[in-house]
Design a protein around this ligand. Structure first.
Ligand code: ADP
Ligand code: ZN
Length: 736
């Protein structure tokens, strides 16, 4: 490495990416300064580069501790394809192979050494390591060291001696799942109390979340699969038997499926996993045993056939989709019966405390499924993050929401809660409303007794859930939670505030429910030629087989999509494609170009039909056009090119509300006339509502939004405020 090489040079020349993601550059800078660091990034966020780039810039070797042998091999294969000297040592290797690795370290050919924790402390390895020039330790899946985490591995505990033995070598700990408590524990156990912490958002912008009622699940699954031929996906089931049954049934019906669970022999499991990794099998029907060991980046969908046991599992399992950043869909088929079944697993005999925790976590999962709000917002809130909907990529945000004025019924609920002195839970409130037999004698002469007899208990329950989700009611106490009124509820009960609730979307019998609407609502991220994509996939397949690695390691799906969109004609042009570094272009460039050329010959497409600039923009605007360092001005340019906020969001893989915020700043500074974004009638309506309610900047946008009965979107409201109250953009962002 020459001296003037910077992290950005390495990112571009070795890995073929244009810009850093999330906090990658900050982490790298800290490590280069010799600091310890803790990195929390969601799956697919790009944790590996945080230590791989320093490894290439620092003298000596970087030791990467990783718990899974299969993952290590993939990482090393991927690095080697980029021309980086990397190796792993594990117990499956012969002495001779291990000796080769040692030699490679000695003569500087190996910059990254991957190793399992137990191996690190065996056979005098630490003594050997002490004699090498080690520049950095990277601890992957660092939450495994904490018994608070959900994946504690006792062998990780030994890592606490690293700092003692190598006090001057920086340590970077990386994880995708660590709550506050686990994080503190990781720093403590690794003896790096002063580590700089880099915590990224848990949002996975390329995942689209769908939760639907489970009815005729097999037919539903087939429809999901039929809409995604050739795509890889995982179907999670609760039991081994149902994983096997589902896989067999799918195979019989002509799908490419296999199963994976802990009841199979290691050989069988290994075989199925390999087939899946190599795209020989498209669909993996699996219990949660299938998880940790899989790093396949081109998983395009995940289906939960049964409800997961808690939000953490759901997040992690759905997180296996779309690691390459390409839009991917996750479905959960929800049924009350499954919840009952799941509940029985929560009972840990002789351990009521643990049982209560499991039960509570399952209940959260149920709340999530039944919540009437943006799924992404709900999930992120669970992880302690704010998110302003709509995300336009979940079943809630993509449905047309009809609402009705529910004030009269809602008042009955609030009154009942009040009469019970906010000391009883939902069941008691419903019983009181319905005048049920089980109501205590002393409550039978309360005014609410029996006033809601004609409405079924399930409808009351649904309403109460929605009132909790919309923050009119709150639950207090954990063991026996009681319902309490929030101020907003008092305004309904005693004032003249009104409440609108969602009308349940009724999927009809032939069920065009989620998918059709969704497909209409959101385009695939990028426009590209699907036939060419297929041919490139075949080429990738051949290259992978020749190299003996899974296809996604040769090139990610994201790279193929860019190729199929930009259709480069020369090796030089390949440098514009994200994910192709110098070595890969040297190695595979000719094959790629040949594939594209032969496609053009066969289909008679000439490249001049689309100008290059346009093609590149469509393919990967953010990464490819370096002059757009300013994210807002890039949004502005796309808007000027005639794209609307939704299209820009899709193109840039950002949320619509972010794009709307960008555009609002241009309304504010007068570069976009308000009338170009909002029609005159809407402007007049919003302005008159603002006057009527004496709306002032700084007040929550939500009040204005609700006052207009959700008829005008947040984006339009933001634009109007930006025009009418310049300089208040920041408040709007905060309150929106
Ligand atoms: P994680 O370990 O956080 O789950 P990875 O390190 O495996 O994620 O990265 C996920 C994918 O994103 C990989 O295909 C990786 O090459 C890609 N990637 C990482 N950083 C960038 C970047 N700055 N630009 C584009 N792609 C990136
Ligand atoms: Zn949403």
């Amino acid at each position: 490495m020459t001296e003037q090489q910077t992290p950005l040079h390495i990112l571009r020349s070795v890995f073929g990416y244009q810009n850093f993601r999330l906090q990658q550059d900050a982490v790298i800078a800290a490590l280069m300064r010799g600091k310890d660091a803790f990195v929390l990034m969601p799956t697919g966020g790009g944790k590996s580069l945080c230590y791989q780039i320093p490894a290439l810039l620092l003298p000596g070797i970087t030791v990467v501790v990783s718990p899974l042998i299969a993952l290590m091999k993939d990482q090393v294969d991927a690095l080697r394809l980029n021309g980086v000297g990397a190796a792993f040592i594990n117990s499956t290797m012969s002495i001779e192979e291990q000796r080769d690795v040692v030699r490679a370290v000695h003569d500087g050919r190996c910059k990254l050494l991957y190793i399992a924790p137990e191996r690190l402390f065996a056979d005098g390895f630490m003594e050997w390591l002490a004699k090498q020039r080690v520049s950095l330790f990277a601890i992957d899946e660092a939450h495994c060291i904490s018994s608070w985490g959900h994946d504690f591995r006792p062998e990780y505990l030994q890592l606490s001696v690293l700092k003692e033995e190598f006090p001057r070598i920086p340590i970077v700990a990386l994880s995708a799942t660590a709550d506050e408590q686990t994080r503190a524990d990781v720093l403590d156990k690794l003896c790096i109390p002063a580590a700089e912490q880099f915590v990224s958002s848990f949002n996975r912008p390329n995942l689209r979340y769908f939760i639907e009622a489970k009815r005729n699940s097999y037919a539903r699954i087939k429809r999901i699969l039929d809409a995604r031929p050739h795509e890889s996906g995982i179907i999670y089931t609760l039991s081994r038997a149902s994983a096997d049954k589902l896989a067999a049934q799918l195979c019989e019906d002509g799908y490419s499926a296999a199963s994976y669970h802990a009841g199979q022999s290691p050989q069988e499991r290994q075989l199925h996993q390999e087939q899946f990794l190599r795209d020989d099998v498209n669909i993996m029907c699996a219990t949660i045993a299938f998880g940790m060991g899989i790093d396949k980046s081109n998983v395009r969908f995940v289906i939960h056939h049964d409800i997961p046991k808690n939000i953490e599992s759901y997040y992690q399992e759905t997180g296996r989709a779309g690691r390459d950043g390409v839009t991917s869909d996750v479905f959960l088929l929800y049924s009350a019966g499954d919840v009952m079944r799941m509940r029985s697993f929560c009972d840990i005999p002789g351990n009521p405390r643990q049982s209560a925790v499991l039960y509570e976590k399952l209940q959260k999962m149920v709340d999530f499924c039944e919540a009437h709000m943006c799924r992404r917002q709900w999930l992120l809130r669970y992880f302690g993050e704010d998110y302003t909907p709509p995300c336009n990529a979940c079943d809630f945000c993509l449905s047309t929401h009809e609402s009705y004025d529910a004030t009269d019924s809602v008042r009955l609920v609030f009154a009942a809660v009040k009469e019970l002195h906010e000391r009883f839970g939902a069941n008691a409130v419903i019983d009181l409303l319905r005048g049920s037999e089980s109501v205590r004698l002393e409550h039978r002469n309360l005014p609410s007794y029996g006033v809601g007899k004609s409405t079924p208990a399930s409808a009351w329950r649904k309403m109460i859930r929605e009132l909790l989700a919309t923050e009119f009611l709150e639950q207090k106490g954990s063991k026996y939670p009681v319902l309490a009124l929030r101020d907003s509820a008092r305004e309904v009960l005693y004032g003249d505030a009104r409440v609108r609730l969602a009308v349940e979307a009724q999927p009809d019998a032939d069920d065009q429910f989620v998918p059709s609407r969704v497909r209409k609502g959101v385009a695939r991220v990028q426009q590209y030629d699907e036939t060419l994509f297929e041919e490139l996939r075949q080429t990738r397949r051949q290259l992978a087989d020749a190299a003996g690695v899974p296809p996604f390691i040769v090139m990610s799906d994201a790279t193929l999509i860019e190729l199929a969109a930009a259709q480069p004609a020369s090796k030089q042009e390949l440098f514009h494609i994200s994910g192709l570094g110098e070595v890969k272009i040297r190695r595979y460039g000719n094959d790629i170009i040949r594939c594209i050329q032969s496609f053009h010959e066969q289909h008679g497409v000439t490249r001049s039909e689309v100008s290059r600039e346009e093609r590149v923009t469509e393919a990967a605007p953010k990464r490819q056009i370096p002059r757009h360092h300013d994210t807002k001005s890039y949004t502005f340019e796309l808007w000027r090119d005639g794209k609307n906020a939704e299209q820009i969001a899709t193109l840039r893989q950002m949320t619509v509300s972010t794009i709307e915020n960008h555009l609002a700043t241009y309304v504010e500074n007068g570069k976009i006339p308000l009338g170009k974004l909002v029609d005159a009638e809407t402007i007049a309506y919003v302005r008159s509502t603002m006057r009527a309610m004496a709306f002032k900047p700084g007040m929550p946008l939500k009040t204005l939004y609700q006052a207009m009965e959700s008829k005008v979107g947040y984006g339009q409201i933001r634009y109007i405020l930006a025009a009418d109250f310049p300089q208040t953009e920041q408040e709007q962002n905060r309150n929106g």
